[in-house]
Structures are given as structure tokens and as C-alpha cells.
Design a protein around this ligand. Structure first.
Ligand SMILES: [Zn+2]
Length: 131
């Protein structure tokens, strides 16, 4: 997947920048050292990259979508831990449920609808297990 060079929100220029430039003092805590981020130089829409690469996880996200991706991540992580899955198994489950190739099965690249679908899947599956 490639990121457009033009921001989908504002038409600004998107540049590949080191994560330190975005996260600054929080870089280490967020384990983003030597990671790369595609960032709109105008509105700050952004998306991270696959670990140790310059391959974007998806399309750039504005603040609303970034918060949604974070919320989805929290729900997904809590879900697979509660199911006793390993991280690897969890991402296999995600890819299968969302009918995505492993390469695209990353919440950091999800669109709003995909976030909502995964949240529903987690809730639904969690309920079934509990019943
Ligand atoms: Zn922009």
C-alpha cells in the first residue's frame, strides 16, 4: 500500500517523517524509536508504518479517526487477552474475521467503518463465549 502525497482531508503535502518529530518526548514511552510516520504538513493527519519499515499501515487519519483507531485497539487488545489468545493468534483471527490479507490486518490503518466492524466482532464474540 502507498500513501497519497496529497492529504485526503485538506489537500496539504504529506511527508515521511521520523516518529520523534511527531511524538517528541513521548517517543520512547510509545515505543516509536526509529519508526516512521506519514504526516500532512498542513493539518497533521497521519499514519504510522509497519515496524522497522517505511510501508504505511493505511491511509492518513485526522484526529477523529486516530481516536477511533486507538479506541478500537484498546477493545481488541482487551478482547484477545480475555480470550486467552496469543498476539499472533489474535491477528490471525482479526484478518480472518475482517477478510483481510495479513498485510492489511492492522488497526493503525483502519477506516472508520472497519474500526466499528471490529468493535462489533469483539463484543459479539465475547458475549457468545460468556453465554
Ligand atoms: Zn491535511
Amino acid at each position: 500500500m502507498r500513501v497519497s502525497e496529497i492529504c485526503r482531508y485538506c489537500g496539504g503535502v504529506i511527508r515521511l517523517v521520523p516518529a520523534e518529530k511527531v511524538y517528541q518526548a513521548a517517543t520512547e514511552r510509545l515505543k516509536q524509536q526509529s519508526q516512521w510516520i506519514y504526516q500532512c504538513q498542513n493539518c497533521n493527519a497521519r499514519v504510522g508504518c509497519h515496524r522497522d519499515s517505511k510501508r504505511p499501515l493505511g491511509n492518513v487519519a485526522n484526529e477523529v479517526l486516530r481516536l477511533k483507531r486507538m479506541e478500537t485497539h484498546q477493545i481488541f487488545d482487551a478482547f484477545w487477552r480475555s480470550q486467552g489468545m496469543s498476539r499472533t493468534a489474535a491477528y490471525r483471527w482479526l484478518a480472518k474475521q475482517m477478510k483481510l490479507p495479513a498485510e492489511l490486518a492492522h488497526i493503525g490503518g483502519f477506516e472508520m467503518e472497519q474500526c466499528q466492524r471490529l468493535i462489533s466482532l469483539c463484543h459479539h464474540t465475547g458475549d457468545k463465549e460468556a453465554a
